[in-house]
Design a protein around this ligand. Structure first.
Ligand code: ADP
Length: 484
């Protein structure tokens, strides 16, 4: 066990109806530290029957939770937020152990995830209805908003705390109960977060966590069970498409936050230092394993060399190593398969003409480390310009004209985020209108916060998380035709 002693939040059992429990089958699955490949925990390996029990617990808790006054729900969420922040360090240690990211980033993730709990604790009190003018005399149209019911939540391994918090908080604020299935690579962060929800006083059955290695079996139960009225998923586009099909059977609502392929566009009038700082933040956070990561750098030709050189200098300052070690800025990738995929994409780019302008070295003999790599002269049709790289590889492509780069940027089936660096106000307006993404960052590499609507268009997904819009996905609108 690589955990420091006294981690009170470490749980390896699933949470169903307020009880910490093993799988009915008694099976467990292993969780590894990606920085060493070492086994760090054995966790309850639940199957479809266990998931069914969790759904039933959520359905049972639903009636009372929906009727709990919003002020009370809000207070419980607020208490949960306070506890998360009080335990930020411990949660960060658990996160780094199973996910690999540097501790500083893990702490930031805990605070980011908590910010959604805080925000929706406040928003819970503002689920207002409407009174609308009616077409006839003696008639009133009233609109009320009600929780959709039991929600199933499926989350990925790249932000094992925040992706869950970002879904749990609005769902609970809206009056939904839920069953969450965290990624098998990183179940411990989800369990620790749920332990704090329990401590905050959120009633038994409102949050159920089903851990398991057979995602397809659990997913089939979550999508197939009619007690579940909505799925909220963050993960790959391939699995998202499958879930849409599975949800068709009983027309379940579904929110999807899927893959991205963010263009990062640097115009020749940009502040290059700001663009480089943005590139480092956007590309190398979480070792390049974020869905909003800069995936394709389009750099205007006359500043291409200057930008590339400055980016290389900044990349040389990155420190690759174990996330738990002080000073590390790049941790490992999540798995050997992830490592292989990045390697193959880089090899393919080189085979079609890309140059390796810089590649750091990796000293580790264990763990799934990929060195930060700068590729220049990347052809626009290289596979890594069309596929989510999910690794610390910056691929630079030159462009000449604004219209050309808009066309290149929009040439993707994805439409999650885009980044633009320019000081031209009119151009900002034009790109704001024309780039086909759900989110656009101007002169910054950071895009997400709890007050803004996070989400994509095209094959990047449906729905929004965070902000005043983030509650809508968990609410049904009911219109009441009142005649008097
Ligand atoms: P990634 O490639 O980032 O791991 P996935 O889409 O495979 O993305 O995983 C995201 C989440 O979806 C994880 O919790 C994973 O266990 C889950 N998942 C994977 N396959 C399925 C499936 N067939 N049904 C339901 N959930 C699934």
């Amino acid at each position: 066990m690589i955990f420091p002693d006294g981690l009170a939040l470490l749980r390896t059992q699933a949470l169903i109806a307020g009880d910490w429990c093993e799988a009915e089958s008694g099976k467990q699955f292993p969780v590894f530290d990606p920085a060493s490949g070492e086994l760090i925990a054995q966790v309850a390996d639940m199957d479809a029957a266990d998931a069914r029990r969790a759904i039933q617990a959520a359905a049972k808790a639903q009636v009372d939770w929906a009727q709990t006054p919003v002020k009370e729900r809000s207070l419980l969420l607020r208490r949960w937020f306070d506890l998360v922040m009080q335990h930020q360090e411990e949660l960060a240690q658990i996160l780094t152990a199973e996910q690999g990211k540097p501790l500083a980033e893990a702490r930031a993730e805990i605070a980011y995830g908590a910010s959604y709990i805080e925000w929706f604790a406040e928003q819970a009190k503002r689920i207002n209805g409407d009174i609308i003018p009616a077409p006839s005399r003696h008639q009133r149209i009233s609109v009320i908003k009600q929780p959709v019911g039991v929600v199933a939540v499926i989350t990925p391994w790249n932000f094992p705390n925040a992706m869950l918090a970002r879904k749990l908080a609005p769902a609970l604020a809206a009056g939904c109960t839920l069953v969450a299935k965290p990624a098998a690579e990183t179940p411990l962060s989800a369990l620790a977060l749920a332990a704090l929800a329990q401590e905050a006083g959120i009633p038994a059955g409102v949050i159920n966590i089903v851990t398991g290695s057979d995602a397809a079996a659990i997913g089939a139960e979550l999508t197939g069970n009619p007690l579940v009225r909505k799925i909220s998923f963050t993960g790959s586009t391939a699995v998202g498409k499958l879930l849409i099909q599975q949800c068709a059977a009983d027309v379940k609502r579904i929110t999807l936050e899927l893959g991205g392929n963010a263009p990062f566009i640097v115009f020749d009038d940009a502040d290059l230092d700001a663009a480089v700082a943005g590139a480092i933040a956007s590309k190398f956070r979480n070792a390049g394993q974020t869905c909003v990561c800069a995936n394709r750098f389009y750099v205007q030709r006359d500043i291409y060399t200057a930008f590339s050189e400055k980016l290389e200098v900044a990349m040389r300052a990155l420190r690759i190593g174990k996330g738990a070690e002080q000073g590390t800025t790049i941790g490992p990738l999540i798995s050997p398969a992830a490592l292989l995929k990045v390697q193959q994409l880089v090899d393919e780019a080189i085979s079609c003409g890309a140059q390796v302008a810089y590649q750091s070295s990796v000293n580790a003999t264990q763990g799934y480390f990929y060195p930060p790599t700068l590729l220049t002269q990347v052809p626009a049709h290289a596979a890594l310009a069309e596929t989510e790289i999910f690794g610390p590889v910056a691929a630079l492509i030159a462009f000449d004209e604004e219209a050309q780069v808009i066309e290149l940027a929009n040439r993707s089936v994805y439409g999650l985020a885009a980044y633009v660096f320019t000081r031209d106000y009119a151009r900002i307006q034009r790109l704001g209108e024309q780039l086909q993404t759900g989110m656009l960052a101007i002169n910054t590499g950071l895009i997400s916060n709890e007050m803004a609507p996070f989400g994509g268009i095209k094959q990047s997904g449906w729905g929004r998380e965070g902000s005043i819009y983030g509650l809508d996905d968990y609410l049904n609108i009911k219109y009441i035709n009142e005649n008097f």
